[in-house]
Design a protein around this ligand. Sequence first.
Ligand SMILES: Nc1nc2c(c(=O)[nH]1)N[C@H]1C(S)=C(S)[C@@H](COP(=O)(O)OP(=O)(O)OC[C@H]3O[C@@H](n4cnc5c(=O)[nH]c(N)nc54)[C@H](O)[C@@H]3O)O[C@H]1N2
Ligand SMILES: Nc1nc2c(c(=O)[nH]1)N[C@H]1C(S)=C(S)[C@@H](COP(=O)(O)OP(=O)(O)OC[C@H]3O[C@@H](n4cnc5c(=O)[nH]c(N)nc54)[C@H](O)[C@@H]3O)O[C@H]1N2
Ligand code: SF4
Ligand SMILES: [Mo]
Length: 720
Amino acid sequence: MATEVKRSFCRICHAACPVDVEITNGRATKVSGVDEDPIFNGYTCVKGRQLPDQIHDPGRLRNALRRTAGGTFEPVASSEALDEVGAKLRTILDMHGPRAIASYTGTGGYQNAPSHPVAMAFHKAIGSISYYTSVTIDQPMKATANMRMGMWEAGPSNFSDADVLLAIGYNPMVSSFAPFGGLQGTDPFVTLRKYKAAGLKLIVIDPRRTELATQADIFLQVRPGEDPALLAGLLRVILSEELHDAEFCEAWVEPEHLEALWAAVEPFTPNRVAERCGVDALDLVAAARLFSAGPTGISGSGTGPSMSPHPSLMEHLSLCLNVVCGRYLREGQRIEAGGFLQPEVPKRAQVIGPFGDPSGPESRFRGLRGYNGEMPCTTLAQEICEPGPEQVRALIVNGGNPVAAWPDQMKTLDAMQAIELLVVIDHRMSQTAEFADYVFAPRLSLERADVPPFMDRWFREPYACYTPAVMEPEGDLLNDWEVYWELAERLGVCIELPGGSIPGGDRPTDDDVLDLVYARSRVPMDVIRANAGQVLPEYAITVQPADPAPSGRFQVGLADHMDELAQVAQETTSAEIMRGFDPEVHRYRLISRRLKTHLNSLGGELPALRRRTPTNFAYMHPDDMANLDVADEGLVRIASPHAELIGVAKAAPDVRQGVVSMAHSWGSSTGTDEKVRDIGAPTNRLIDVENGYCPITGQAVQSAIPVSVEAITEDALVGG
Ligand SMILES: Nc1nc2c(c(=O)[nH]1)N[C@H]1C(S)=C(S)[C@@H](COP(=O)(O)OP(=O)(O)OC[C@H]3O[C@@H](n4cnc5c(=O)[nH]c(N)nc54)[C@H](O)[C@@H]3O)O[C@H]1N2
Ligand SMILES: Nc1nc2c(c(=O)[nH]1)N[C@H]1C(S)=C(S)[C@@H](COP(=O)(O)OP(=O)(O)OC[C@H]3O[C@@H](n4cnc5c(=O)[nH]c(N)nc54)[C@H](O)[C@@H]3O)O[C@H]1N2
Ligand code: SF4
Ligand SMILES: [Mo]
C-alpha cells in the first residue's frame, strides 16, 4: 500500500493548525501536528485529529438532495438541482425583487476563504442587501464599538510584547479564540507557559474558573452579565489614582469625552462594584493597578460578556481601558501579525474615525441597520416570517446551522417552515438541512486549496499559511463558492472579485478563485504559496508616524453609553433589562461556553467525539445541585422568561454558584428534549431576540440569561 504524507492545515475551527495528513490509497488515515512549525510547534486538538473520520464519515453527503412532494429527500445531480434553484430564484427575483433573496454564511463558510467573499459578491451582483453571517450573532460590537469610538489605525498592542493581559470572558485553551492582542489558539498551552515564565501577568474575568483562569495572577469570578459594572470599577480606580497614560490621553482623547467618562464611572466605587459583581474589592483594586502598571498589555473581551446584557457598553469600556492606558502600537513598532492577505493600507500611529453608528440598509425590525455589507442576523427569522413587500422568500445557508445556532429557536423553526425556498450547503444533514428544499454537498477542507482569512490578521508572527487540496474529492461535490458561481451563471450575472470576475465556462480551480479574491493582497498569493509554514520577517509591517494633518480622537465618553452606565448604576442585576424577569423565580444565570470536542453544532456526528461528550451538560456548582436536590447527571428543567428546556445537570466546582454553564447549538429541531441524553438540548430556545437586545447591533442576550432551575424526574422525558 502506498502511503504518502501531505502537509495541509486544519479548518475545523479558525485556528488553522498545520497538519501532516497520512494518505493511503486515496484515504486519509491519520492527522498529526507539525513539530517543526515555527509557531504551532506540533499543536493540534482533538477535533483536528478527527479529520479522517470527518472526511470518510459514512453519513457524509456526497451528492445533492432534493425534497420530494412527500417530504422525503431524493438524490439529484447537482447540475439539475442548480438549474431548478436558479429558475426558482429567477421567479422570486422577478416577482418580489432582490431583497427577497437572502444568504446566511456560518462558521463553516468562514473556514473556507473564498466562501464569504463570493457569497457577498453574488448578493452585490443580484442587487440584494439580504446578506447575513454568523458575525452578527458573534460579537458584532467588536466592529461597531471601534467604529463609534474611533480606532487606532496601527492596531492594538501586540500579545507578544504584553506585560499584562486582561481577559474578559474568553477561553482560548478550549476555543482557540482570543480578541486582537489576546492569546490566540496557536499552541495556547505552551505559549502561555512560556510568556508567563518570562513575566506576563494575567487577569481573568469569568464566572467559571476556566482553563485560562487557573493560570491567572488575579481571577475575578464575576456574576454573569455584570462586566459593565466591573469594567467601570476598574476604570474608576485607574482614573482616580491617576494611573492612566496622561500623555497618550492628552494627544489622542477628546478632552470633554475623558471628563464625561470620568464622571460616568464615578459611582462605581470598589465596594459597590464588588458587591454587585460578587468579587473581592481588594482584588478589583489590585487588578486595576496591575493592568495599568503594564507598561504594555491589552484588554479584550470574548463571547461570554459580548452576549450578555449591555454588550456594546461592555465592549466600549474594555476599549476605554486600552485607550486610557495607551495600549496601542506606536511609531516604529512592528505589528506582530503579517496581514499578508489584507490590501496594502497605511498603518500609522493615529486615530481614524470615529465613523458613527451602523448606517447600512434598514431592517424592518427594531430600527436596526446593517454595516460592512451585512444585515443583522437576529432579524432574519422575522424578515422571513413577517409578510410585506420586502419579505425574504429564499435563503441560501452556506456552512451554517440556523436551527441550532440562531437565538430564538422557535422563531427560527417558524422561519424554516415558512420560507418558500431553502438551500443548504452542508456535508451532513444538520438540524437546518432537515428543512431544506435542496442540499448541496460541499468539498471538505482537505479537498480544497485554502488560506486562513481570520488568522492571517491574528498570527503572532508574519507567518505564511496556504494549502493546496491534498485529496481528490469523491462524489458530486461543489466547493461552496461554486454554488454561488453556478447560480450567478444561471441568473445571468457576474461574480466580481478584487481581481475581476470569475469567468464563465469551465470550472476555474480553487487557486484561480483565491487569486481573484486576494488580487490586492499586500503579499502576493504566489509568495504565500511558496513559503507556506514559514515566518517571513521581511514582510512585517512597521508602524508609520501619524499624518501631520489633524486626525481623529477617541470618543470615550459617548453620550448613549454614559447614559447606559447611569442605568447600570441603578440596576441591582443586569437581568433587570429583560421583560418578565422575576428575581424570586429567575435565581440563576445561564452562561455560554465552548467544548473542546465540538465546534458549535459540529462534532456529535463523529463517534470519537460523541463518546467523549455525549450531551451538552448543564454544568453547575455542586452546592447548588445539593440545594436543588439534583443528582449528578440528573435532569433539570431550565426556564427563562421566554421558554424552557430539559438539561442533564453535571457537578462542576469551577462554575460560580448561581450559574448554569451550558454549550449552545445542541439538540433537535423538534422543539422538545426527549433525546437530551443523546443529543443535548438547545439553549437558543431560551433566547428572545426582542427582549433585552443591544439597540446598536441587535445582539440578543445569549449569555447571562436569567433562568429558574428545578430538579425533574426521568418521566419528564416521555410525554412532556
Ligand atoms: N446561546 C448561544 N448561541 C450562540 C452562541 C453562544 O455562545 N450561545 N454562539 C454564537 C456564535 S459565536 C456563532 S459563530 C454561531 C454559530 O452559528 P453557525 O455557524 O450557524 O453554526 P455552526 O454549528 O457552526 O454551523 C456550521 C455548519 O457548517 C457545516 N460545515 C462544516 N464545514 C463545512 C464546509 O467545509 N463547508 C460547508 N458548506 N459546511 C461546512 C457544519 O456541518 C455545520 O452544520 O452560533 C451563535 N449562537
Ligand atoms: N472547541 C471549540 N472551539 C471553538 C468553538 C467551539 O464551539 N468549540 N466555537 C468557535 C466560535 S464560533 C467562537 S465565536 C469562539 C469563541 O471563543 P471564546 O469567546 O473564547 O468562547 P468560550 O470558550 O465560550 O469563552 C467564553 C467565556 O465567557 C464566559 N462567560 C459567559 N458569560 C459571561 C459573562 O457574562 N461575563 C464574563 N466575564 N464571562 C462570561 C464563559 O464562562 C466562557 O469561559 O470559539 C471558537 N472556537
Ligand atoms: S484548534 Fe482548530 S484548527 Fe487546530 S486542530 Fe483543533 S479544530 Fe483544528
Ligand atoms: Mo462564533
